[in-house]
Design a protein around this ligand. Structure first.
Ligand code: ATP
Ligand code: MN
Length: 465
């Protein structure tokens, strides 16, 4: 007899009919004189398995009254073809063990649908709901897809530090890391004396692994990072978290065009992988009231599309000529807002598009300056219904130009000595990009709030569990 079988295996026809032992949680329990039914879910699939029980079965009879929604049970019995409509299999129970009760008076997840807001308050129980079970299975599968994509293409996985000693990118406000007793912080000449702190330096949680990623790309060739990232910005939006996961590939000898191609392949691969491995979950999302009716079709279109490319300056001309009234007026030099991105991808290109060569003033110091002196080799990948999903660039590999940019922007030059040295010794053209993992998960699941695609969301005013 096989054990450790999951309901997903059964649903996917991977388990021949026969005797098994199964365990999971009760979703519904219906009793009658002649036959009882339990819908069992073990967390492996949206769709549970119907257990059919003879009410006179000894091991059932004695606990039947306390088997309610949420209770944990173990059963032994026969997997058989189901005569009932709408289900292929059912399970005829020969022995049942009640493992853990769930008092119906107090168990919050009764069978009726709950709002996502309600579930957000019970993070310890929400993985047991259909919606969050599905979201977090997709999250796991998509993580695998990220690794598989890069590993299959000769990239090495690098663990960049979580605690860092400098805000190198200036990407956002940072969370301080300290062991100081906040009631008596050591001062020297009226300033905090970080020499007394744990690292003898001012340290924070990382906002991006990119700069350290460049160290490894110029050593191992092609690398990627995939880890937690922290931003102490007060952005209380449905798209921002204080702790999120980012994927950042970085490649030596890649120019902007190579980088664009990789970003396109990556997005298409991730979508395809999730569609193939999470078919049931995606169908389930498609049926939710918060999801667009053509959600899966949009994903399929992106997965099969050739990504267009547009020069930033051309994008500006297109926006100016569009005749559209935008909230943020269009002008060369401005950063593209979400409304502009949406117009370009949804209405103009009608598909994914990569916008390149942005004005240097609105982009980071490390991006390679174009011969025009005004624009940099940046690339933002825009997808329908969302706008930006990936941001990246070719990096400035010329020591003098990079140093000049650091000085122009009045960045603390002494912090970048090692970054500059990468350009002093065996410098090479190199490129990379960043994908916010939760942004991708929102896109693929159709979930509307980023707090619903990370197991334990952290945002301003909230860090529970
Ligand atoms: P946004 O304009 O949306 O705030 P950003 O320009 O600050 O993004 P980057 O600094 O380029 O973003 O970070 C790279 C990627 O990380 C973004 O494209 C996005 O997918 C993701 N990201 C950025 N900030 C957050 C956040 N606070 N929560 C979740 N994901 C984020
Ligand atoms: Mn931001």
């Amino acid at each position: 007899m096989q054990s450790k079988l999951t309901i997903r295996d059964i649903n996917q026809d991977k388990a021949p009919l026969g005797e098994y032992q199964l365990s999971g949680w009760v979703r519904t329990h219906r009793q009658s004189k002649s036959v009882s039914f339990i819908e069992l879910n073990d967390g492996s699939a949206v769709r549970g398995l119907q257990l059919v029980i003879d009410p006179n079965l000894d091991s059932y009879k004695c606990v039947a009254a306390t088997i309610s929604t949420g209770a944990a049970i173990k059963v032994r019995g026969q997997l058989v073809a189901s005569p009932a409509k709408g289900q292929k299999y059912e399970f005829q129970v020969s022995e049942l063990e009640l493992v853990g009760v769930a008092d119906p008076e107090t168990y919050p997840l009764q069978k009726k649908g709950h709002t996502l807001e309600f579930l957000r308050d019970i993070l310890h129980l929400r993985p047991r709901s259909n919606t969050f079970g599905a979201v977090f299975r997709v999250r796991s599968v998509a993580s695998m897809a990220v690794h598989k994509f890069f590993q299959d293409r000769g990239f090495y996985y690098v663990h960049t530090p979580i605690i860092t000693a400098s805000d190198c990118e200036g990407a956002g406000a940072m969370f301080r890391v300290t062991t100081f007793d906040l009631a008596k912080v050591p001062l020297k000449d009226g300033k905090v004396d970080f020499n007394e702190d744990f690292f003898k330096a001012e340290t924070s949680l990382t906002v991006s692994g990119q700069l350290e990623g460049e160290i490894f790309a110029t050593g191992l060739g092609k690398i990627y990072t995939f880890g937690p990232t922290f931003r102490a910005e007060n952005s209380n939006t449905v798209r921002h978290l204080s702790e999120f996961w980012m994927i950042e590939p970085e490649m030596a000898f890649y120019e902007l065009e190579d980088n664009m191609k990789l970003a396109e392949d990556f997005i298409r691969y991730l979508i395809r992988y999730v569609l193939e491995h999470c078919e049931e979950e995606l169908k389930f999302f498609q049926e939710r009231e918060w999801t667009a009716k053509d959600h899966i079709q949009v994903l399929e279109r992106v997965m099969n599309a050739d990504f267009a490319s547009l020069d930033y300056s051309e994008a500006i001309r297109i926006l100016e000529k569009s005749g559209k009234k935008f909230e943020f007026p269009v002008k060369w030099g401005m950063d593209l807002q979400s409304e502009h991105e949406r117009f370009l991808t949804d209405e103009y290109v009608k598909g994914p598009v990569i916008v390149v060569n942005y004005p240097k003033e609105i982009k980071a110091f490390y991006m390679k300056v174009n011969p025009d002196g005004k624009t940099v080799r940046a690339m933002d990948t825009l997808v329908p219904r969302l706008g930006e999903i990936i941001g990246g660039s070719q990096r400035e590999e010329r020591h003098d130009v990079l140093l000049q940019r650091i000085r122009e922007l009045k960045l603390p030059e002494e912090n970048y000595w090692w970054y500059l040295e990468l350009r002093k010794f065996g410098t090479v053209p190199h490129s990379g990009f960043g994908l916010g993992f939760e942004r991708f998960l929102m896109y693929v699941t159709g979930m509307q709030n980023i707090r619903d695609v990370i197991p334990f969301p952290r945002f301003p005013g909230y860090a529970k569990f």
